[in-house]
Design a protein around this ligand. Structure first.
Ligand SMILES: [Zn+2]
Length: 346
C-alpha cells in the first residue's frame, strides 16, 4: 500500500509518500480501507519530535480516520461487518488495568494515541482492534471527509467540558483561540449544553465565523491584548464560569483573570508553550479550579458522537488535500490560518 511516512524528525518536508508494508490483521482486528484522515496539531508535535517519545521509524502519523471495513479477524463479533463505513477511536488502552476496568481508558498507564504512540492513518489501510471501530449510521448522512474530522477533537472537547468542567445550562464559557478543531468542537458542545459562549482569536474573520456558529461575543486578542478586561466588562465584573484554554503560555494568566470566583479553567494542551506563570493569589482567593484533560474514554466518545449522528454537532472542514501532499497540509496547519479541520484523502 501507499503511505505518507517520516524517517527522521523535522519540518513538513520530512513527510514522504511511498510504498509501505500492508498491515497484518490479527484475530481481534479489522482492516480499514482509509477514505479520509484528518490532521491534528499533535501531528506537528510528533513530526518535530516529542522529548521522551521514542518512535520506531519510519513513523506513520494520523489519529482521525474514516473508511470502510475491508476485512475482519476471526474473533471480531458480528456487530461489525465487512463493507461497513466506520470511524476509528484513536485512543489505545490496555483494557485490563484498574482505570480501563472503570471505563476511564484515558487514565490507563499505557494509554496511547493512534498516530502518536502507534502507527496511524496517513495510509491507504490500517489494521486496528475491533473495539476501536465505530460504525457510521447511514441516517447521519456523514461523508468520509466530515467523519474523519470528528473523533479526536470531539472526544477531547467533550471530556473537557462535560466530564471535567461539568458545564451547566446558563454557564458563560470562554474559548481561547477559536478556529482549531478542539475549540470548534467545544463551541458546538457548549452551545448544545445551553451555555453562552465567548471566543478569542487573532483573526476577525474567524470571529465572524464563530459567531455564525453561535458565539455570543468574539474578541480579537491581537488588537485587544487585555481581552480579560473585555470579558469582565461583558459579565458585569463577574467573570466567566469556564475557560477552555489549549493555547497555554501565551494566554494562561489572562485565562485565570477571566474566571469568576469559583470558576474552572480546563486545559488539554499548550500550543504556545507549556511553561506559564500562575498567580497563586488568584487561585486561592478566587477559589479557582485548574483541570487537566486528555482525550476521553470509549463511552465519552460514544456519548459525544450522538450529537454528530443527529446533526447537532457538525464537522467543520477547512480544506482537503491528497495524502501524497501531506507536507502542504502540514504547512497550512503550521501557519494556523485554518478554520476547522484539514483532511487528507488517500
Ligand atoms: Zn488500562
Amino acid at each position: 500500500m501507499k503511505a505518507t511516512v517520516f524517517h527522521d524528525y523535522g519540518g513538513p518536508d520530512v513527510l514522504s509518500y511511498e510504498d509501505f508494508d500492508d498491515p497484518s490483521v490479527g484475530p481481534s482486528d479489522v482492516l480499514v480501507e482509509a477514505k479520509a484522515v484528518a490532521l491534528n496539531h499533535l501531528d506537528l508535535f510528533v513530526r518535530n519530535g516529542i522529548p521522551g517519545l521514542k518512535l520506531e521509524m519510519p513513523h506513520v502519523l494520523g489519529s482521525d480516520i474514516s473508511g470502510i471495513v475491508a476485512e475482519k479477524g476471526e474473533e471480531v463479533p458480528d456487530t461489525i461487518e465487512v463493507g461497513e463505513s466506520v470511524i476509528v477511536d484513536p485512543g489505545i488502552s490496555c483494557g485490563v488495568c484498574e482505570f480501563c476496568m472503570k471505563g476511564e481508558e484515558s487514565l490507563c498507564p499505557t494509554f496511547g494515541i493512534l498516530g502518536e504512540h502507534h502507527r496511524g492513518g496517513y495510509a491507504e489501510q490500517i489494521s486496528i482492534n475491533h473495539r476501536n471501530v465505530i460504525a457510521i449510521p447511514e441516517t447521519s448522512g456523514l461523508e468520509y471527509v466530515g467523519a474523519a474530522a470528528i473523533p479526536l477533537t470531539l472526544m477531547t472537547a467533550w471530556r473537557m467540558l462535560i466530564s471535567r468542567a461539568k458545564i451547566q445550562p446558563g454557564d458563560d464559557v470562554l474559548i481561547i483561540g477559536i478556529g482549531g478543531g478542539v475549540a470548534l468542537a467545544a463551541l458546538q458542545i457548549a452551545k448544545t449544553a445551553g451555555a453562552r459562549v465567548m471566543v478569542t482569536s487573532s483573526s476577525d474573520e474567524k470571529i465572524k465565523k464563530a459567531k455564525d456558529l453561535g458565539a455570543h461575543l468574539g474578541i480579537n486578542h491581537k488588537t485587544n491584548a487585555a481581552y480579560h478586561r473585555s470579558i469582565l466588562k461583558e459579565t458585569n465584573g463577574r467573570g466567566v464560569d469556564v475557560v477552555v484554554d489549549s493555547v497555554g503560555a501565551a494566554t494562561w494568566g489572562k485565562s485565570l483573570k477571566s474566571l469568576r470566583k469559583g470558576g474552572r479553567l480546563v486545559t488539554c494542551g499548550a500550543t504556545s508553550g507549556p511553561i506559564a506563570e500562575t498567580n497563586i493569589n488568584l487561585v486561592f482567593w478566587k477559589q479557582l479550579e485548574i483541570l487537566g484533560s486528555t482525550m476521553a474514554s470509549r463511552s465519552e466518545l460514544r456519548d459525544a458522537l450522538k450529537l454528530v449522528w443527529d446533526g447537532r454537532v457538525k464537522p467543520i472542514v477547512d480544506s482537503v488535500y491528497p495524502l501524497s501532499e501531506a507536507n502542504k497540509a502540514h504547512e497550512l496547519l503550521e501557519k494556523g490560518g485554518q478554520f476547522g479541520k484539514i483532511v487528507l484523502e488517500p
